[in-house]
Write a new protein. Sequence first.
Length: 260
Amino acid sequence: MTQRSLFDDELPPRPAPEAPAVPELPAPTDPPLLPEQKAEVLERLREPALSCTRCELSRTRQHVVFGEGNPAAPLVFVGEGPGENEDATGRPFVGRAGKLLDDVLRENGMTREHVYICNILKCRAAFFEEGRARNRPPRPEEVDACRSWLDQQLAIIRPIVIVCLGAPAANVIIHRNFRMTPERGRWFTHSPYAPWVMAAFHPAYILRLHGPGFDEARASLVRDIAAAREKVIEVRRQLREQGPEAGLAGQPGARRSLFD
Ligand code: URA
C-alpha cells in the first residue's frame, strides 16, 4: 500500500466542481456605472468567483478571497494573494500585514470603507510541508488563470488611483519585471486599469524588516498612501473644474467622500 502523506491526511484536495458561469459585465468603453450599480455588479461577479476552478489552487483553498471595501472607491489597493488568515476567513489583508495596512490607512485618515482592497490571486498559493500549508509566490499560470477576475473587478470599480502592494501586483498592473527600489512611489499613467497607478512596499515585506529599515519602509508606505489620496483629490478637483462633461458625474464615490 502506498504511504499517504500527512498532507493527504490533513488537507485532502477537493474534487473540482463545475466551472461557474460569469455574468455579462460592462465593457471598458461603457460609461462608468453609478456607485449603487457598481456594488450590485460587483456582487454578481463575486458569485461565480467564489466557485472558480480555473486553477489548481481551487483544490486546496479554504475560501476564495474576492476583495472588499467600497465598490465605488476612487482608490484601490491590489496585493499579491491570500495568506493563511485570509484563506481561513475569506477576507483580504486580515493577518499582521492587514493590521499594518489598516494602521497606515488610519494614519492617512482612511478606513477600509473609503477604499477597495483585493489581490491578483483570489486563492492562497501554498505548498505543503509536514502536513502544514505554507505560503509560496504565485505561479505565472495561476496569475493568468485569475487575471480576468481582477480585470473585471477593476472594470467595474474604475478607480482613479491604484496602489500595487509589492512587486507581484506591480508586475501585473504596471509592467513586467517591475523593480521596487527604483520604481516604487513613481506614478505610471499608461495602465488600462486606472489613470494613475503606483507601487508601494507590501506590508508583509515591511514586517520582515527590523530597526531603521523597518521605520523607513513603514514611513515610505505612509507617504505613498498620502500621495495616492492627494492624487485622487487633485484629479477630482480638475474634473470638477472641467465641468460635468469631463466625467465627474460617473466617477466613483459619493460627493461627501474623504476625497472631495
Ligand atoms: N498579503 C496579500 O498580498 N494579500 C492579502 O490579502 C494578505 C496578505
